[in-house]
Design a binder for this molecule. Structure first.
Ligand SMILES: *Cc1c(COP(=O)(O)O)cnc(C)c1O
Length: 360
């Protein structure tokens, strides 16, 4: 069997088969999304995510088909004029571009690909900005924004809403939700589930802003608005038919992770991160793009390679290991390796042993 160290879709979590079977046996794929059975599933999944991610009591969870859809819904629903974007790679850049395509004034502060933000306190953000958009974990560049920097941004700009993309770092990312209005992820990355479900976490201030725009008559889209998500959520329902089985399985996965404890999941991730760092330090053929350890993503490792990365990927594939190629600017010279909960310390060890042979 092949083992996927790709960064999304990625290796399915070893528990997935069991959870999927349970869901299948309970005929969850056929139930109505207006049934009590579905309401119980929605409520359970939200409760488990609340525990796992340390959401505040006021944050709620809405479901969409993807994370990219959330970019658009968010910009339409809470931004009348201006969004500000911290751009540290291709995904944050695309989020920034969405805002322009939707006719908003999109401002940005961009760092070169492969670098992090040295001092977020120095970034000038006008007080007229309605939403500050951050990508906590940039899957294209392997760069993260440390939790403290996100807190600092909110502390310095309390008049703006702030959101963060944790698509490839949830549930590892320890976001402080007291200082975060909205966050979102999809399940095909670090949750180790098949693609097709986005999770949007939203607080009261964001809903209030959306209601204000509605009152002003600002176009918020014909498809689901925050108002319609919230109206349905009051009854544990969704505006349209969601991926019910994916919501059910996500709830079971989050409950499983809660039984393990998020601390243990984080510790495991950090052990594997240390292994990756050690590998890099002892193999001159691969290089991180920055020496700033605080900026290195813990869940997505990006290395610039001395040899042709295509060769490396092919040789690894012949040994049943799938790694990801570079993305965007780094396409021709980089490889990316997922450090998600689906792989154990031993899996990582074996894969790196193999990679060592391939690049030597
Ligand atoms: C994969 C990814 C997305 C897009 O997620 P989809 O579920 O495919 O829409 C957005 N942001 C980041 C950082 C990602 O890694």
């Amino acid at each position: 069997m092949q083992q996927f160290f790709t960064v999304g879709p990625s290796q399915l979590h070893p528990q997935y088969e069991l959870f999927w079977q349970e869901s299948y046996r309970n005929q969850v794929g056929s139930i109505s999304h207006r049934s009590q059975q579905f309401r119980d599933i929605y409520r359970f999944t939200e409760e488990q995510l609340r525990i796992l991610l340390s959401l505040t009591p006021e944050h709620r969870v809405y479901f969409t088909p993807s994370a990219t859809e959330i970019w658009e819904r968010m910009l339409l629903n809470v931004v009348e004029n201006t969004s500000f974007h911290l751009v540290n790679g291709a995904f944050s850049k695309r989020f920034y571009e969405f805002s322009g395509l939707l006719g908003k004034q999109n401002l940005c502060y961009e760092v070169p690909q492969g670098q992090g933000f040295d001092d977020v306190a120095q970034i000038e953000i006008p007080s007229s900005v309605e939403l500050i958009c951050t990508t906590q974990n940039e899957t294209s560049s392997g760069i993260q924004i440390p939790t403290e920097d996100l807190i600092l941004l909110k502390d310095r700009h309390p008049q703006s809403l702030i959101c963060t993309d944790i698509v490839s770092s949830a549930p590892y990312a320890a976001v402080n939700f007291e200082k975060m209005d909205m966050a979102f992820f999809s399940v095909q990355k670090a949750f180790g589930l098949p693609p097709g479900l986005g999770v949007w976490i939203v607080n009261d201030a964001s809903l209030k802003k959306a209601a204000h725009l509605k009152q002003k008559g600002i176009l918020q889209g014909a498809h689901h608005t925050l108002e319609s998500f919230e109206k349905n959520h009051l009854n544990w329902e969704t505006p349209s038919t969601p991926n019910v089985m994916a919501i059910d399985v996500l709830g079971k996965m989050a409950a499983y992770m809660n039984r393990m404890g998020i601390d243990l999941i984080r510790k495991d991730t950090e052990v594997k991160f240390e292994m990756l760092k050690h590998f890099e330090a002892s193999h001159p053929g691969v290089r991180y793009t920055t020496n700033h350890v605080a900026h290195l993503s813990r869940t997505v490792c990006v290395w610039t390679c001395e040899k042709n990365p295509k060769d490396i990927l092919e040789k690894m594939k012949a040994r049943q290991y799938l790694l990801a190629g570079g993305y965007g600017v780094g396409k021709a010279e980089q490889i990316r390796i997922a450090n998600f909960p689906s792989s154990t310390v031993q899996d990582m060890e074996k894969m790196l042993q193999c990679l060592s042979e391939v690049i030597s």
